[in-house]
Design a protein around this ligand. Structure first.
Ligand code: LLP
Length: 868
């Protein structure tokens, strides 16, 4: 075919070891190459690595392994087997395999000079590309083969470059190669295959690009050819906002600029070799990381043309970091002192990563991936340094790095992140001068489990703008198919939706509760055999119809005030007082007296009550609320355990309480704890049972352990439904360990949150400085949770449920407070208009019960739906 060199536009596709080791993968390579050629009307260069594992074998041989001959024989056999799998003749590789064997008989083999080693190391790619070319041609594709060494030339040695890196970790010429594209394009075939990892040395021999070299080869080709794109095909979907193995909620990063990508590749993600970015950046060639097995995913695009999006893009952890702390009284002022220090690092072949300095101390970190930091090297370095200062080596450390554009202007959003680090011993904090990263160095052991917490905090605080859809893609868990989706909400069923619109017509704002949903939750908990008693925490929603529905399902009712107790008996006059649990906090003593007089179960949570009002409690059976010393929950304001919480008797004072109770003839029949609300970790309650059983045994008379409420509900698409099954299994297991006790729970949110919606009418739709706002006739007075806890509630336009949700809205209320915002950046139909009925979802718990008449606005109406 005739091609005009001038119009040829190249696209470079690179495939790694796992992508070239199986026949079906080669079929994919062929399909992708052809597709790209057809799509762009241009030409395709495929750059490949060696078959997986082959470079490791060749490295051992180059290093002079005693069994090199056996290794070579095994490599020959492996490649011949692969030819058979591909139904290719053995002659395809005959010459190349002979060349590999000949290298062992080469006179240089005994001394193993670097040029010989480079030749050995380069064989893997020569073999894989030769196989590939033959196979792709056998499938009818128009592929040519070329030796990369004819095109990529190692740069002359740089100052301080070791002999080793001048041969085995070279950089190549990628700029100003006039006529490269024309000469390259003169190859007759439309598609070409060549090798990664190898180049031509200045002496005409082979040079090696070092680890990750195939990515860099592709980038060099891309830059030299002025390619339209360099695609790195691998076996992961791209770069993520954190290592998905540590953080399953990590997001795929779909678009990065070169500098951010460089920083992420350097500090964490192993998907792309950091060295490969600069050539493409300088030449303005866009890059993409794509997944060979999941080619439908968007992958990560890296280019310089996107409008930069400020914010943290990724958080990473590097282990094995070595800190060298140098203390030198008065020496730092001396001219040339630092130069002397760094000269020692240079002499030991160590390149320094981070630097922190004070008047009498300089601390530097060494990254093991850049350095050979063996104990020997460190000992030698320390010995030399100790001549001029006091040295302390701190190992092993972890470097935790936040990467993203505009780090300095993000500091105010990082307060939770700082607080989390504040709980650990931070050895060093370093902010890069390019404003792209912020690194914390801590002990390696302290870093375990920290990344998921930090990743969550970055999202919560808005520092990691995951709502920026052009940058953040799906979560790893979603890609991996490991997400249990939220059920479709009841209010989307057409009949319910019609009913809601009718109810809205009777007046808004209005809370509407769907009783079938409440009953469904009740039955889910009734089915859990390990639980003996269930109390509904009525503070979540004391609507009489809900109390009656749950009482009918066999639930007891948990109250925290005399008002709640009286409300229960008003709604259910015949309710058995023994099914009422009273768990107040700092309530007036009269409330305890009144509730005891009614015959309900009472929980006390301090010993001062007994000291001050002995006669109120004398001779009673009571439950004791203990603070187990730790808490949890969806927000710090709902964490009810630990030293800072006002709830529960300190574990230190349990014996004192027991003695006081005994003196008053009080029987402690239950131990109670409730450590927070909206706890996602299902093993939390299992741990509680274990801890509480210890106290219960100490007390002696206890029959029941009440592990409180706190079960979460999935408020957003990012939340998964609570894993009730795992929870039930955990409880059954721990109950089997402590068979003497019965178990009680007192959930509020779980029973009613999803059953309730708040209906409000749009008042005004306003655009201001690029932000589109829809105002509602309900505000923070009607639903306080977003203002108080930054809580998320889904919002829908019920009047236009079938319209596309195509624009971002901020949804606000009519209250004169800046926190009167239900949500920012909610996708709603652009057609949203005044008088539309808007629905705020999952508002059945802590909605109406926390509503107020602030600004003299009326309380919302309440309605109940009780049909299927
Ligand atoms: N038991 C006791 C002693 C409690 O204090 C609470 C809630 C519960 C049970 C029920 O917890 P649940 O299962 O609903 O998590 N207003 C906050 C929640 C505060 C919870 C207060 N105590 C919110 O809207 O998230």
């Amino acid at each position: 075919m005739s091609v005009s060199p001038l119009v040829d536009r190249w696209i470079v596709l690179k495939f790694g070891g796992t992508s070239v080791s199986r026949r079906h993968r080669w079929n994919t390579i062929g399909e992708l190459a052809k597709k790209r050629a057809d799509e762009t009307g241009g030409r395709v260069l495929v750059v490949v690595s060696a078959l997986s594992g082959v470079t490791n074998e060749l490295t051992a041989i180059a290093d002079g392994a005693a069994d090199s001959r056996e290794r070579v024989a095994a490599l020959v056999a492996r490649h011949n087997e692969f030819l058979a799998e591909l139904e290719l003749g053995i002659d395809v590789l005959a010459e190349r395999l002979a060349a590999l064997q000949a290298l062992l008989d080469d006179p240089r083999a005994a001394r193993r000079p670097l040029d010989w080693q480079a030749e050995v190391l380069g064989q893997g790619e020569l073999l894989s590309s030769t196989i590939g070319a033959a196979y792709l041609r056998s499938t009818g594709l128009d592929f040519g083969w070329m030796d990369a060494r004819d095109w990529l030339h190692a740069l002359p040695p740089a100052p301080n470059q070791t002999e080793w890196s001048q041969r085995l970790s070279v950089n190549c010429q990628w700029q100003g190669e006039a006529g490269f594209r024309q000469r390259f394009s003169a190859q007759p075939t439309r598609m070409l295959i060549s090798q990664g990892f190898i180049a031509r040395h200045g002496d005409g021999g082979t040079a090696i690009l070092g680890r990750g070299g195939s990515d860099t080869s592709a980038a060099y080709f891309g830059a030299l050819l002025g390619a339209s794109r360099v695609e790195i095909w691998t076996d992961v979907p791209g770069m993520f906002s954190a290592n998905p193995r540590d953080v399953p909620d990590a997001r795929l990063l779909t678009r990065l600029d070169y500098y951010e990508a460089q920083e992420i590749a350097t500090t964490g993600a192993k998907v792309l070799h950091p060295r490969s970015i600069k050539p493409c950046r300088d030449a303005g060639v866009p890059m993409a990381i794509l997944d060979t097995e999941r080619s439908h995913l968007p992958g990560t695009s890296i280019d310089g043309s996107a409008e930069p999006v400020p914010g943290v893009k990724a958080i990473s952890r590097r282990n094995g970091i070595v800190l060298v702390s140098m203390e030198g009284i008065g020496m730092w002022q001396q001219v040339g002192f630092l130069a002397d220090v760094f000269d020692l690092f240079r002499r030991h072949g160590l390149s320094v990563d981070l630097i922190g300095s004070a008047e009498t101390n300089v601390t530097v970190s060494l990254d093991p991936s850049e350095n050979l930091v063996s104990t020997d090297v460190l000992a030698a370095l320390s010995a030399d340094l100790s001549e001029i200062c006091k040295v302390k080596v701190i190992v092993p450390c972890a470097a935790i790095t936040l990467v993203g554009r505009g780090m300095r202007s993000l500091l105010h959003k990082l307060s939770d992140v700082w607080a989390t680090f504040g709980k650990e011993r931070v050895h060093m904090i370093s902010q890069s001068s390019n404003d792209l990263n912020l690194t914390f160095v801590i002990d390696e052991a302290d870093a375990d489990g920290l990344l998921p917490i930090l990743h969550d905090e970055l999202i919560e605080s808005g520092a990691m703008p995951v709502y920026e859809e052009q940058v953040f893609g799906p979560r790893w868990r979603e890609i991996n198919g490991a997400v249990r989706p939220r059920p479709v909400p009841w209010w989307q069923a057409p009949a319910k939706r019609r009913r809601l619109l009718e109810l809205a017509a009777q007046g808004t704002p209005a809370y509407v509760y769907d009783l079938p949903t409440v009953r469904e939750r009740a039955r889910q908990l009734q089915a859990i055999g390990a639980i003996d008693r269930r109390f509904y925490a009525i503070k979540a929603n004391p609507h009489p119809a809900i109390l009656r529905a749950l009482a009918a399902e066999g639930f007891g009712l948990e109250c925290v005030s005399l008002g709640e107790v009286e409300h229960v008996f008003a709604a259910l006059p015949d309710f058995d007082p023994a099914r009422v649990l009273f768990t107040p906090s700092f309530a007036p003593i009269g409330e305890y007296e009144a509730v005891l007089a009614r015959g309900a179960n009472v929980t006390v949570d301090n010993v001062e009550l007994l000291h001050h009002w002995p006669e109120v409690f004398r001779g009673r059976a009571l439950w004791l609320r203990i603070d187990l010393g730790h808490g949890d929950g969806h927000h710090k304001k709902v964490n009810t355990g630990g030293k800072d919480a006002k709830f529960g008797l300190s574990a230190q004072r349990v014996d004192e309480f027991v003695a006081a109770a005994r003196a008053l003839d009080i029987r402690i029949t239950g131990v109670h704890a409730h450590l927070g609300s909206g706890i996602e970790n299902s093993s939390h309650w299992k741990q509680m049972v274990d801890e509480m059983a210890g106290f219960a045994r100490r007390i002696g008379s206890v029959e029941i352990l009440d592990i409180g409420g706190g079960l979460p509900v999935p408020y957003s698409d990012d939340d998964e439904p609570f894993d009730l099954e795992a929870w039930a299994v955990g409880l059954a297991e721990i109950k089997a360990v402590h068979p003497a006790f019965r178990l009680a729970i007192e959930p509020g949110r779980f029973m009613v949150a999803e059953a309730g919606v708040l209906l409000a009418r749009a008042t005004q739709v306003v655009e201001k400085d690029g932000v589109r706002r829809v105002g509602l006739d309900a505000g923070m007075n009607a639903l306080l949770r977003p203002a108080l806890y930054d809580a998320w509630h889904d919002i829908a336009n019920l009047s236009r449920l079938d319209d596309a949700r195509d624009v971002d809205f901020s949804v606000v209320g009519p209250i004169c407070e800046s926190s009167d915002v239900f949500a920012q950046r909610v996708k709603l139909p652009s057609t949203t208009a005044p008088a539309d009925v808007m629905l705020i979802a999952d508002a059945g718990a802590y909605g109406y019960s926390m509503a107020s008449r602030y600004n003299h606005r009326a309380l919302p109406r309440e309605d109940v739906i009780d049909d299927a």
